[in-house]
Write a protein that binds this ligand. Sequence first.
Ligand code: C2E
Ligand code: MG
Ligand code: MG
Length: 740
Amino acid sequence: MTSKSNKKWYVIVTAMLCIVVVAICISFLMNTTKLKKELYQEAKNYAMHLNEQVAGNISYRMHTDLHLIQELSETISMIPKAEICTRILNHKKEAFEFDTILVFNQDGVVFPSTYNLQLLERWQEKYPKIWDEPTISYISNHEILFSVPIKKEGEKTGYVVLAMKSYLEIQELMAKVNYQQKGINLLMDTEGNLIAGPVGKYALTEEEMEDLRGKIITALVFRLKDNDGVMNQSFTMDLLQGEKVLISARALGINDWVQVSVTSWSLREKEYSYHLLIYFWLVMLAGVVGTGIIAYIISLHKQARMKLEKIAYCDLLTGGITNDAFQIQCLDYLRIENWSSYGIIYLNLCDFKYINERWGIDSGNEVLRYIHNTFKENITDNELVARSEVDHFFLLLHGDTEEELTKRVLDMIQKINTFTSRYVLSDYQVEFTVGGCMVEQHGGGLQALQDCARRAAQFHEEKNVCVFYNAHVIKKIERENKLNALFEESLKNHDFEVYLQPKVYLQHDQPCAAEALVRWIHPEEGVIFPSDFIPLFEQNGKICKLDFYMFEEVCRIIDRWSKENRPLSEISVNISREHLKGMDVSFAHTYCAIKEKYHIPDGIIQLELTETSMFCVQQLPYVTEAISIFHKGGFSCALDDFGFGYSSLSALNEFNIDTIKLDRSFFVSKSKKSRIIVANIIQLAHDMDIQIVAEGIEEEEQVDALCELGCDLIQGYYYSKPIPVAEFEVWQDHVQGIEK
Ligand code: C2E
Ligand code: MG
Ligand code: MG
């Protein structure tokens, strides 16, 4: 059971772990894709933002420079040509931080006259508009040129002011944003011509860089053309060896110039993947650790539950299962087998109290363990055994017929008795009352099945015989139910009658005594004998009510005899052990009170306590006290069925008894042994000043023998069966020779 549940537990934990891992992977993949998109968007936005800044700076600087040159052009237009001197231009050059400022016309350079305009010839050809309007142009990776035509009163003069500035200043502006050393900036036109740059660091060689630049420019030009010249955009592209770059381009608003930033997207992706990987493993670790903690908490909970289950379901004495566990497991087995071919067997170990008292509680426990183990060794895997109460056992056995199961149970009992010699109870043969119930025939709940098996066992007295719950048992139970139902009404109607069985004195001439025995004479059911209802009423406690009733009836009889001046015979009345079940002696006071009520003289009523009533150790002090109350109340006390049980002699020692009623079993056997026992008990009783009554005497031979042994009284069919009171009175009169 435990290993099965452990296996189940491991499967659950493994499944939990797998689910957590799969969930983490799925969520990771989903998050990764989403994050990637967001990161890309963010990187794009960031690059564009920086790009905008750089482009803005460059544009502002160029426009400012152009504006300065425009102002200079206006100033120059107002100065007579002769006064324009190199000094002014040099001064402005210094003030405006230009490399060169010159004035020229189509014939060549005018100021400073030393400047060689040939260098600018190609430039002039490329930008013919310089004669008409302010222009910003460039010499690739060399100079940025600002030219403004000199106009006088709005008319062209044919002169142009040209200022040159090293592209390095632009480079410097671009270099301010270095994209954390992972990008470059460049300034180019839509033809792909490089105006300035690239600047910035890239983890690539010069050669690679060159190649990249070419590709970027080609791609950019292609894209710009594709996008109708919209120059503010950002996109990724693959470069050499799968390298991916994020490109951001922004128009300067000067000519068709575009400021471009190129940053490594792969590098970012790598970084991002690295972080994601760390994140993944952290989440994984947290998931696994979390699952571990949850599994640990659940396992603690499970362990606690198992401990509780062990307490609830484990029979600590035998190490087997309790009845609760038996019921649960039975249902499991029966469900699997579809409630067929199974029987429930109930076994009640007889005389366990005797075993305990004779060999001690430890030995008693050992016997219970041994019995349990023997049952266990003799059942198969799909069968069960449990100790349900102190000395009661239940078996779930597989089998098709009652005979098959009976044989198995009796074999087990035989095996138990084969090995008892190993235990303290050498030579002792254990006995069980056994009942069975075939599952298929009776169905119902498991408790009902167990009850049926138990009832079947209670149905018969015979030991080591397995009786199955069948029609016969059911009939008896129905009868019992009927008797229970009739009880109260019968009590009211006085259907319970006192019969008296004479007890004859052997030794001296005393009027005979009698025992009051109940007879149930029901108007419909006829005469019902004590054996039919006494055990039943003992089981359900009704016997106490009946005992009081019988006692009061006897008191009434004696009261009447007294009033009729009839010689009073001593009458004994049976008291059930059930009165002592509640460990309470109030019942004894009730007897005294009833006796008082009818003014019964002392010494007329004897109370018979069955020997078995004195067996229970806890009850002993109450029995002693009850006897003492009875004595004080004017009753004598007899020990009924003496010798039927086991601790008869100890009972003699324990209780202050006046009479012993020797059980009829002593007289069934005529052996010498029985005679010696009887002789010695009589002697012993007399030595203790105890009267002896021999019960169940049927033969003259027995009467003679008892007479010889000095027995005091004889009760039995030899003299008379229990008879109605009227008949007893006749018998009494007859015996005592009083003819009426
Ligand atoms: P008991 O008190 O030992 O009564 C003696 C029983 O032996 C009576 O059985 C009686 O009929 C029977 N008996 C007497 N002489 C002979 C004989 O020679 N041969 C045989 N075979 N039997 C003989 P009964 O009346 O059936 O009562 C059975 C038991 O029922 C009584 O045993 C007693 O324990 C119980 N009982 C009877 N009446 C009452 C009662 O009012 N209250 C209680 N608590 N128990 C009662
Ligand atoms: Mg009796
Ligand atoms: Mg008796």
